[in-house]
Each structure stands twice: as C-alpha cells, then as structure tokens.
Design a protein around this ligand. Structure first.
Ligand code: NAI
Ligand code: MG
Length: 358
C-alpha cells in the first residue's frame, strides 16, 4: 500500500524545512521498503493569498480528501496577511473540516538538548499530551449584550458532548494501554468548574472501566502545570479538554527545550479524513530566507506520521537518527537556536545520512 501524502509547505521557514522532512522520510522509505507518494500544493500560503485573495481554493476539500496525510510546514506572514486571516483561512479549516479531533504532542527530553528544568536527563521526561481539538471551551456559542454601556455582558459557553469527550478519552486510553507504563493522567478543574468538568471526570471514570490495566489519576489544571515543571517524570499520557490541552501542549514541550524541534499531530483516528502532521513552530519571519531554521520539528513530525500509520520500524529508525545527531551535538551541524554554527542543510543532511546508515 502506498501512503499518500499531501505536502503543504506554507510560508517562511515552512518552505525551508519541508524539503528536509521529505528527504528524511524518503530515506526511511528506502531503508524499510515503504511506498510513500508526495504531492505538493501551493495553497495555504500568503503568496497564494496575494494572488487569489483567499488562502485556499474553493475546492480544497476535494483536492485533499483522497490523501492519507497532510504534511504541513507553517503558515503566516503578519506583514503580508493578518494572522487571523491566514490561520483561520487555512490550518484551522483543515482541523475543523477534516474532523481532526485529536491534537497529539510528544513531550520528550532529547539527548543534547539543554533542559530548562534543572537536573533532568534524557529518559526522565517522556510523555504524550492528548488534547481535545474540536469542542469544549473553544465554542462560538455566546455573545455580547449592551455593548459600550455599563450593562455590557459577554458570555461564551463550553460545549462538551458525550461523543466528543468519549472519543478523545478512548484515543488517550488506547495510547496509554500501548505503552509500558500504562499510566493515564486526566486534566480537570471539577472543584471550580462545576458542570462540565465533573462531567469530564465522570466520562474518564466510565472509560477506565474498559481499561483494567491502565493506571489512572487526575489533577486540577493549576497544580498539574506545577507538576509538569517539578516532577515531569510522573507522566506517561496526559489527556485534557481543548483549553487545558492547549495550555499543557505548549508548557510540556517548553519543559524539554527549544521550540525548533517539537512536532505535533492533528489526527482523525477514524481515517475517514486525512490527518495533519506539522512542527509546533510557526513561519519564523525573523529568520526566514537565511537557511538557518532548525529542521528537526519538521522531520520529527514526519516520524510521527509514520508511527501513526503503523510503520513502526521506520518510525523508530527516524527517531533514533534524530536522537543520535542531537546527542553528538556537532557544532558545525546543529543550528543557531541550539547553540551551533550549522544551518538547515547541515542539520537535515546529518539526520538523512544517519537514517540511511541505520
Ligand atoms: P514562530 O514559531 O514562527 O517563531 C517564534 C520564535 O522562535 C522566533 O524567534 C523564531 O525565529 C524561532 N523559531 C521558530 N521555529 C524555529 C526553527 N525551526 N529554528 C530556529 N528558530 C525557530 O512564532 P511567531 O513568531 O509567534 O509566529 C510567526 C508566524 O507564524 C505568525 O504568522 C504566526 O501566526 C505563525 N504561526 C503558525 C503556526 C502554524 O502554522 N502552525 C504556529 C505558530 C505560529
Ligand atoms: Mg497553543
């Protein structure tokens, strides 16, 4: 079977790191005999917007629906197109229309990366954050009344559906079940938020009945953020609502070093629609055009993609290659954001060679 990948490089450094993501995937495909096909699209970029007055063509959904995955760089050039236009007009459309209800991020301390938390070494921090990606606190239900007067009122509702909550919990429990520690932590706030969060807890308890081997605990979001910093080794799989997951999925990777290396998946686990894999970072207009962007986030996102589709050996080899190049920390290979003198090419090439040699 061929894994059909739509390549959307986007803007800024997205276009600079993408070629190295593809080269590393091709290297893994070569070694492990996988069939991957790449098809590039120029939309979802500010250049496309300047030409067409919109971020996406009207038939974008038809153009992309047949793919297994979208491999996405980054979008946004605030001096050219306002961020809410570029982001809402592209990436957020993909997430929504393709029902990518899981946002998945690894939180893993890699060798050779200076950890902002004192005294941690690789192996100490290795967990996944599973964020609900379609409902919860980010609903558009609500409104403003009596604007501009002293009686001004704003209201925005949290929406949790049984289907929406259960499907993200099921994904998180399955993930925990598949890992050696089999430990799931739920982010809650049922002491202060008295209707939706107790409901979330109730669904966690219900789901847990089907996973006898998985050890479950829960923390209120406030103390949970403190635990991320003070005892990150406690965690294995952490699941949270849209808002709590959003906060945790920035805090987690920040606890493990530079933004240039973190990947993320926006996943439709049913396979009915394509899933999207991207680096966490944006288009970095401040360094674009210089060829100095760190390609690891992009490459690691490709690794997540292979893992998601079950190509375990190839995915493991890619992760080992990334780890090994990071561990060597060769000054002329690694990029400036990690303290090196290398560039996108030297870093990408080193990882590609490592994969081919593995
Ligand atoms: P950013 O992630 O683009 O940059 C933040 C800082 O980190 C910058 O100083 C940048 O130089 C540095 N940085 C980021 N990635 C790097 C890499 N791979 N190697 C070395 N340094 C790196 O976030 P920012 O500046 O807030 O946003 C810039 C644009 O990107 C905006 O238009 C924003 O909307 C968009 N954006 C898009 C995202 C996406 O496509 N998923 C995510 C975040 C931002
Ligand atoms: Mg965020």
């Amino acid at each position: 079977k061929t894994l059909k990948i739509a390549v959307i490089a986007g803007d800024g450094i997205g276009t600079e790191v993408m070629p190295w993501g593809i080269k590393c995937l091709e290297a893994a495909a070569k070694v492990y005999n996988l069939s991957l096909s790449f098809t590039s699209f120029d939309f979802a970029s500010c250049a496309y917007y300047k030409q067409h007055g919109q971020m996406l063509p009207d038939d974008w959904k038809d153009q992309l629906s047949g793919f297994d995955a979208l491999y996405f760089g980054a979008v946004g050039l605030p001096d050219v197109v306002p961020d809410h236009v570029s982001l809402w007009g592209s990436l957020l459309q993909f997430r929504r229309e393709f029902d990518q209800y899981i946002n998945l991020r690894p939180c893993r301390l890699m060798p050779g990366v200076r950890c902002p938390l004192a005294g941690r070494k690789p192996g100490d921090i290795d967990f996944w954050i599973v964020r609900e990606n379609t409902e919860g606190e980010y609903s558009s239900i609500g409104g403003k009344m009596f604007p501009g007067t002293e009686r001004e009122v704003v209201i925005q509702e949290t929406v949790m559906t049984r289907t929406g909550v259960d499907r993200v919990l099921k994904y998180a429990f399955d993930l925990a079940q598949s890992r050696p520690k089999k430990h799931l932590t739920s982010a809650t706030k049922s002491n202060g938020i008295s209707i939706t969060m107790p409901y979330w807890d109730e669904r966690v308890a219900e789901m847990a009945k089907g996973y006898g081997e998985v050890k479950v605990d829960k923390f209120h979001i406030d103390i949970l953020t403190a635990h991320f910093v003070q005892r990150p080794q406690h965690f294995d799989v952490v699941v949270g609502s849209n808002l709590f997951g959003d906060i945790l999925s920035d805090l987690g990777p920040a606890c493990t070093g530079t933004i240039g290396i973190a990947p993320s998946g926006n996943i439709n686990p049913t396979g009915k629609f394509p899933s999207l894999f991207e680096p966490v970072h944006g288009s970095a207009p401040d360094i674009m055009g210089r060829g100095i962007a760190n390609p690891v986030g992009m490459i690691w996102a490709g690794q997540m993609m292979l893992e998601h589709f079950g190509y375990k050996d190839a995915a493991d080899a890619m992760l080992r290659a990334i780890e090994s190049v990071l561990a060597k920390g060769d000054d002329v290979v690694i990029t400036g954001d990690m303290g090196g003198k290398g560039d996108t090419k030297s870093f990408g090439e080193a990882i590609e060679r490592e994969i081919l040699g593995s």
